[in-house]
Design a protein around this ligand. Sequence first.
Ligand SMILES: C[S@@+](CC[C@H](N)C(=O)[O-])C[C@H]1O[C@@H](n2cnc3c(N)ncnc32)[C@H](O)[C@@H]1O
Length: 217
Amino acid sequence: MNINFKNRIYGRTKGRNCNRNKNNELISKIEQYKITALNKSDKNILDIGSGYGETSLFLSKTYPNSKIIACDKYIDGHLNLIKKFNNKINNIFIHNGNVYDILDNLKKGKYFDSIWIMFPDPWPKNKHKKRRLINDNFFSIISDFIKDNGNIFIASDLLNYNAQIISSIYKNRHLFTWENQFKIYYNYKDYLIPETKYFKKAVKSGRNPFFITLKKI
Ligand SMILES: C[S@@+](CC[C@H](N)C(=O)[O-])C[C@H]1O[C@@H](n2cnc3c(N)ncnc32)[C@H](O)[C@@H]1O
């Protein structure tokens, strides 16, 4: 059964300097690493909004026997990731587009051991908040695709979005346990996880990113 979420995607898909010819070249490079069919029996890890690929690279090295899916609509980010590929990296697969393209095309079932969402676009203006990836519905949709005891990891640095995420976690507490819910445990800097572009941006601006770990019940 296919589930069609029909979610729109907002924001940039390519860098400002990306001309059409260069873009075609990039697309053909990315095609070589395109995501293949997902099997429930594989260890699959989904990096939603992989940006420049720091988290996918980290996951690839940390979990060499897993299939890492780097998912982003921002083509320049994928190109940056591909540049870092070497003969040792053979477990990263790319989806250049909306994460809902992947979910829409999956048959119902539990595919993912973990899902990483590092610094989802904050959309700070009130009129844009409905564009945020993480909302009350998000957890119930994504939960169907996560294996039992699988994890969701979320990093964010905007207080207002953090509050929304926490509220959505609370509303979905029948689906996930929040493993590090005491404030002293959700400082991003205390974890051995990558310093992504948006982590660095947050720190430079004086914000203290938080990191949440959820476990599927
Ligand atoms: C703020 S950036 C963070 C990038 C990276 N994770 C980091 O920490 O540097 C958010 C990324 O999420 C991507 N994104 C937003 N909505 C998405 C969606 N529905 N599916 C896939 N990627 C999405 C954007 O294109 C953007 O590259």
